[in-house]
Design a protein around this ligand. Structure first.
Ligand SMILES: NC(=O)c1ccc[n+]([C@@H]2O[C@H](COP(=O)([O-])OP(=O)(O)OC[C@H]3O[C@@H](n4cnc5c(N)ncnc54)[C@H](O)[C@@H]3O)[C@@H](O)[C@H]2O)c1
Ligand SMILES: O=c1ccn([C@@H]2O[C@H](COP(=O)(O)OP(=O)(O)O[C@H]3O[C@H](CO)[C@@H](O)[C@H](O)[C@H]3O)[C@@H](O)[C@H]2O)c(=O)[nH]1
Length: 384
């Protein structure tokens, strides 16, 4: 018996990266719970992301756009949906500097459509997946953000996520819709389209291309492995309290340059070796912390210039994020996968799949210094 028995979940964005890990976990772990994945199958998604649950009687895929109110309403009624887990979004910050109307359409208007449908259909749980980026950057030495910290997003993507959160909390206050918001760190692992730094750098190196570092490489992020965030989502689904917000973070803070260097060593790129005092070590065993120290001391890996190129920075690039996750720790969650193990598994997965999981031309557009596709719709009128 589980608390999810008999539940009918609509999970949006399930053919994307994080959603696919969560839907797979729920479908496999809770056979008496039905999950309906709704996804419009954008450039970053792949139907292969759902391959491992193909044929499971408790999973159904629906191709659809969350901004279509009639369609969303129909799905809620037709399948007696009682729970919504909302992952669908335009998720890539770089793109949002060029095509932010699309971010508003999906992230804000799409969320509003789901909330209104949830209200009309008296949904019992609405889990809204947000991000640590809503807090804005947290310079070193400042306290970590907890769930009460005032939001201060700095890029168009983060601003749409913060706007969506405002709508979610408004539906809680005005209509008592039982909502829960999550805000997580950067997630990595298998299934992630190679536009985000970890899969992009791994795929670039495997493709014989360079890692393009935005700015000077000192910006850092906290990284959390996909299976850890999936476990957090399932816990929140079962034990989360309506009206509450949960930060989901890790302790693995890594700068962009430190990350590129670590990947060069893990992939054992030709001609690359660590400097003293690590020169005689197996490059794969050089600890990630040592690579952070190298950066501070102005040292570099021998041969790294063949693989690392510094390019123009984002218009604004948050230096770092820092969140306090004690609230979800108290609920019973801790990350289990170390950064080193997570990267090992991720590299193994991309070695096998980087050039076959997504269409070849779609991957090629991602392995560039900045996404050039973003200017395609720049300035076009929003069609809501
Ligand atoms: N990736 C991260 O590091 C991270 C960290 C914190 C929060 N988040 C949030 O988690 C969620 C999932 O992120 P992800 O990295 O898996 O993103 P992703 O880009 O891999 O997947 C997003 C999915 O949403 C779908 N989608 C987009 N617009 C849609 C629409 N209008 N209708 C239906 N489906 C649509 C896409 O087809 C895709 O499958 C997002 O809300 C994102 O803001 C991501
Ligand atoms: O080719 C590249 C790609 C990225 N970066 C840098 O790497 C860092 C991380 O970038 P990216 O992987 O695109 O992630 P974020 O911009 O941090 O955003 C991710 O992490 C957020 C949570 O913090 C989520 O909300 C977003 O959906 C998700 O894309 C940033 O400093 C980028 O400027 C590079 O230097 N070169």
């Amino acid at each position: 018996m589980s608390t999810l028995d008999g539940s009918n979940i609509l999970l949006t964005g399930g053919a994307g990266f994080i959603g696919s890990h969560v839907v797979t976990l729920i479908v496999q772990q809770f056979p008496n719970c039905k999950v309906y994945t709704m996804d419009k199958i954008d450039y970053c998604s792949s139907s292969l992301n759902l391959e491992s649950i193909q044929g499971y009687p408790n999973h159904h895929f629906i191709k659809g756009d969350i901004t279509s109110a009639d369609f969303v309403n129909y799905i809620l009624v037709e399948h007696k949906i009682d729970t919504i887990m909302h992952f669908a979004a335009q998720s890539h910050v770089d793109n949002s500097f060029g095509d932010s109307f699309e971010f508003t359409r999906t992230n804000v208007f799409g969320t509003h459509v789901l909330l209104e449908a949830a209200r009309l259909n008296k949904i019992k749980r609405f889990i809204h997946v947000s991000t640590d980026e809503v807090y804005g950057e947290v310079p070193a030495g400042r306290p970590h953000c907890n769930e009460e910290t005032i939001l201060a997003p700095t890029n168009p993507y983060a601003a749409t996520k913060a706007a969506a959160e405002s709508l979610v909390m408004a539906y809680f206050k005005s209509f008592k819709l039982p909502v829960i918001i999550t805000r997580s760190n950067n997630i990595y692992g298998s299934h992630q389209y190679p536009e985000k730094i970890i899969p992009k750098f791994i795929s670039s190196l495997l493709a014989g291309k360079k890692c393009y570092i935005h700015g000077n490489g000192e910006n850092s992020r906290h990284y959390l492995y996909a299976s850890d965030v999936a476990a957090a989502m399932v816990l929140i689904l079962q034990k989360g309290v309506p009206g509450e917000i949960y930060n989901i973070g890790s302790e693995n803070e890594v700068s962009n340059l430190q990350l590129a260097r670590y990947l060069l060593l893990q992939l054992q790129m030709e001609g690359v070796s660590p400097p003293e005092p690590y020169a005689h070590m197996d490059p794969k065993l050089v600890p990630i912390s040592a690579l952070g120290d190298l950066t501070k001391k102005g040292l570099r890996l021998k041969g790294e210039e063949s693989y690392i190129l510094f390019v123009q920075d984002r218009p604004f690039n948050d230096k770092r994020y820092a969140i306090d996750s004690s609230k979800i720790h108290a609920l019973g969650w801790q990350p289990k996968v170390s950064f080193e193990d997570g990267i090992k598994h991720t590299i193994a997965w991309y070695r096998q799949h980087w050039n076959t999981w997504w269409a070849e031309d779609v991957v090629a557009t991602s392995l560039v210094p900045h996404p050039d596709k973003v200017i395609l719709r720049r300035g076009s009128a929003p069609s809501l």
